[in-house]
Design a protein around this ligand. Structure first.
Ligand SMILES: Nc1ncnc2c1ncn2[C@@H]1O[C@H](COP(=O)(O)OP(=O)(O)O)[C@@H](O)[C@H]1O
Ligand SMILES: O=P(O)(O)OC[C@H]1O[C@](O)(COP(=O)(O)O)[C@@H](O)[C@@H]1O
Ligand SMILES: [Mg+2]
Length: 499
């Protein structure tokens, strides 16, 4: 809508190749909105309520009379504003994929009294969840005069199995100072039909869904069902993941807080290690499939001698292996610190542990404790060798990191994310995740968020910087199953300007 460009959409619901080359399955029913323009410009647009409900009335945006905002020149976002996915371009290259810029629009599709919003948090905890909840409530109330906001208790199943909580600016005033989520969360329990029945029965017309990759898949299913039923309900995703494994966006909220808090554990490991002869400190950090926290915490600390992440397979024995490197570091320096992401080396652990097939309620594979495993292996190895008596201390701060409140910069990030989400829903957009792309708030269609995960690309400069800062072996002698990942679009480093 609102564009002079030619629009390509896929009306026959056949499988669709996205401009990024990913196959979007037929089961994801609604059509992607692809708009093309001159010089290879592509806009991967988001759905709008008017796509399936014609003749909806519009209203002037109440922000135009708000003294805080009316002084801002050009406060409203131009309908054709879009944000490029790639900012590094070549003279003759195509302009490439863009996303719709987030922000307030001149016209809105909801009157204040008409709105009944619902907020839900799903999946694992992450610093900043309460800030996002607070800013959704306050943004709706203060910017758009919306008074009816419901909190859904305990994740997706709360839509149909629990009572709701009334949220007001007063009740959420201080929650950003606390870790966790005041709404509670859960894994599993996504039943699309029951959730949309509950949305319909409660008269909810804006749904804000805060969660990670699994949650966004659930949000996409809710959007499809809402659309199929022809409901005037905006379904909005807000990406949450401490692992930073959500693609497209610059980084996820809570990530900076996690990296900062990880420093405390690394410092402790370093103090313990350097206090004894041949001391080794092992710190496990979160990162199920993506080692971003471990990589950034290592780069920030400068006390880490070896960082092990899921994307970079490693081995223990023989030339170029971990044991050899540990021995070398201890002989050189008398102590060392190892940071290991929880998803690293799982294939090695599973060789010595039982079944790897257990899953949590959301279907995520349950991981073995690689920190504990590697600590035992190192202790046993040096005990057998009898040449180097080591002292090893293992620190697992993972849940302590996840449970803290967000830091100042994450609080600001959460605020902008929440306000962008609200502006989009009020403007009638739906079926999108609100996210930061190249430093700008955007609306991203769900399928771009759910089609793949964000990984550390070990052939990129950031991992090279890490290797050069720790001097650890690259372990590239191993049969590297990372090749497939390396061939994927390598631009999801974070944040922009660090590559
Ligand atoms: N493919 C899916 N379709 C619908 N809902 C899903 C899907 N995957 C996960 N979910 C739901 O999303 C919620 C959170 O998922 P989970 O993987 O636990 O955390 P996260 O969203 O942080 O990745 C759960 O309630 C789960 O049932
Ligand atoms: O023990 P739990 O609560 O299931 O969570 C563990 C997982 O949650 C995370 O913190 C985040 O995962 P999600 O973003 O998928 O919720 C992972 O790093 C970790 O593996
Ligand atoms: Mg997940």
């Amino acid at each position: 809508m609102d564009s002079n460009f030619s629009s390509l959409s896929n009306h026959n619901h056949t499988p669709f190749i996205t401009p990024n080359g990913f196959l979007r399955p037929k089961s994801m029913a609604s059509d992607p909105k692809i708009v093309t323009g001159a010089a290879g410009y592509i806009l991967e647009d988001v759905p709008h309520l008017t796509d399936y409900i014609p003749d909806l009335p519009t209203y002037p945006n109440p922000l135009q009379d708000n003294p805080a905002y009316s002084v801002v020149k050009q406060y409203f976002v131009h309908v054709d504003d879009s944000v490029p996915q790639k900012v590094v371009v070549h003279k003759d290259g195509a302009r490439g994929v863009h996303f719709r810029r987030a922000g307030p629009r001149q016209k809105v599709y909801f009157e204040a009294d008409e709105v009944k919003a619902a907020i839900v948090t799903c999946g694992g905890l992450c610093p900043g969840l309460n800030t996002v909840i607070r800013e959704l409530v306050c943004g709706l109330h203060h910017m758009y005069g919306v008074k009816k906001v419901l909190g859904i208790n305990g994740g997706y199943r709360g839509f149909y199995a629990r009572n709701t909580i009334n949220l007001t600016p007063k009740s959420v005033n201080d929650i950003h100072k606390r870790g966790g989520t005041v709404l509670g969360t859960s894994r599993g329990g996504h039943d699309t039909k029951k959730i949309v029945d509950s949305i319909q029965d409660r008269g909810v017309n804006q749904v804000y869904i805060i969660g990670g990759d699994g949650t966004q898949k659930g949000a996409a299913a809710i959007f499809e069902e809402v659309r199929r039923r022809g409901l005037k309900v905006s379904v909005v995703g807000i990406p949450k993941t401490i692992d930073n494994d959500i693609p497209v966006i610059d980084k996820s909220f809570g990530f900076d807080t996690a990296v900062e808090e990880a420093q405390r554990a690394i410092n402790a490991a370093h103090v313990e290690a350097e206090s004894v002869e041949n001391g080794i400190g092992v710190v496990k950090l979160m990162g199920r499939h993506s080692g971003f926290i471990a990589m950034y915490a290592t780069l920030a600390s400068r006390d880490v001698d070896c960082c092990l992440i899921p994307e970079s397979p490693f081995y223990l024995e023989g030339p170029g292996g971990l044991y050899e490197y540990i021995e070398k570091r201890l002989k050189e320096n008398g102590h060392m610190v190892i940071v290991i992401a929880e998803g690293a080396g799982q294939e090695l652990v599973s060789e010595s542990a039982q079944s790897m097939s257990e899953k949590d309620a959301s279907g995520n594979k349950l991981l073995q404790d690689v920190g504990l495993w590697i600590s035992h292996k190192i202790r046993d190895h040096f005990a057998e060798q009898k040449t180097l008596p080591i002292t090893l201390k293992y620190i697992d701060p993972t849940y302590m990191i996840r449970a803290i409140p967000s830091n100042a910069s994450d609080n600001v990030y959460c605020t902008l994310l929440a306000q962008s989400a609200v502006h989009g829903a009020m403007a009638g957009y739906t079926g999108y995740t609100s996210g930061l792309v190249n430093g700008r708030q955007t609306y991203i269609p769900f399928y771009r968020i759910t089609e793949k995960q964000n990984y550390v690309v070990i052939t990129d400069r950031m991992w090279a910087r890490l290797l050069s800062s720790t001097n650890q072996p690259s372990f590239l002698d191993t049969k590297d199953d990372n090749e497939e990942k390396e061939e994927e679009e390598p631009l999801n480093e974070l944040p922009d300007g660090h590559c």
